[in-house]
Design a binder for this molecule. Structure first.
Ligand code: BTN
Length: 241
């Protein structure tokens, strides 16, 4: 597979997007640091040197409304890779990886579709590996951690990236050859969100209740106070008491 490596880039997702149409499936873009690392919901992503910032281009033959499955798949791959270091990584829906309630990894999935069919999908993964989260701006640093901080020692990022890409590949093979429930059950095992009281915010609505499950398309199921069950495919998830 093609791997594009850069010391610095604006954003690996932006770079990947520019070449996605011509690129081979499995192409990887890695940057030591990003000047304009992008997060979900228009936020930015702190990407100093020492972190792992990478994007993978996938070209699955799936309908657009199955794309969220790949986001969950990637969160699972990242959590498994972090767990292989001996850390208790858990997944917050849709795709934050947490260690002891603090965010260590974020995933930004960007999809291009034609006629409701996925053309390509870029999965961007940012991991606070050997970065000092105390240097992050206030408001972010309180809820962030890094592999180095949790391990008490630096991680070998080359080995880590090798494991991560291997794990993504294994999950992707599973994605293509098995029912989604195979991935979903593993995801639910590592879920930090199921069973918690949550508020899910989308541009059009806000739903409060208990997270009771994930649907076959990757939506979160919330049971509201009045007993209704609402499924949300995307949004911001906040834990409420
Ligand atoms: C989030 O939690 O909001 C998602 C963060 C995703 C960050 C990664 S770093 C590599 C890739 N390139 C980007 O610009 N963003 C993603």
């Amino acid at each position: 597979n093609n791997i594009f490596y850069f010391a610095e880039l604006e954003s690996t997702n932006s770079f990947a997007k520019e070449m996605a149409k011509e690129a081979e499936e499995g192409t990887v873009v890695i940057a030591e640091s990003q000047k304009k690392g992008r997060g979900r919901l228009g936020r930015n992503w702190q990407s100093p040197k020492g972190g792992v910032n990478l994007s993978v281009i996938l070209k699955p033959n799936i309908p657009l409304d199955h794309a969220a499955r790949l986001t969950l798949m990637t969160g699972l791959a990242a959590a498994n890779t972090i767990r292989s270091l001996g850390l208790d990584a858990r997944i917050k829906w849709p795709n934050d990886v947490l260690i002891k309630d603090k965010k260590v990894c974020g995933i930004l999935t960007e999809v291009d579709a034609e006629m409701e069919q996925v053309d390509y999908i870029i999965i961007g993964i940012g991991i606070n590996a050997n970065v000092n989260v105390d240097d992050f701006p206030p408001g972010i640093r309180e809820n962030a951690t890094s592999l180095q901080k949790e391990l008490g020692t630096e991680v070998n990022r080359v080995e880590f990236v090798q494991k991560l890409l291997y794990e993504i590949e294994q999950q992707y093979i599973k994605f293509k050859t098995q029912e989604f429930s195979a991935i979903l059950s593993e995801w639910i095992n590592l879920s930090d969100t199921i069973g918690k009281n949550v508020t899910i915010m989308t541009p059009s609505k806000m739903v409060e209740g208990k997270a009771i499950g994930i649907t076959d398309t990757g939506a979160i199921s919330v049971r509201t106070k009045d007993g209704k069950r609402v499924n949300l495919i995307a949004g911001r998830c906040v834990y409420t008491r």
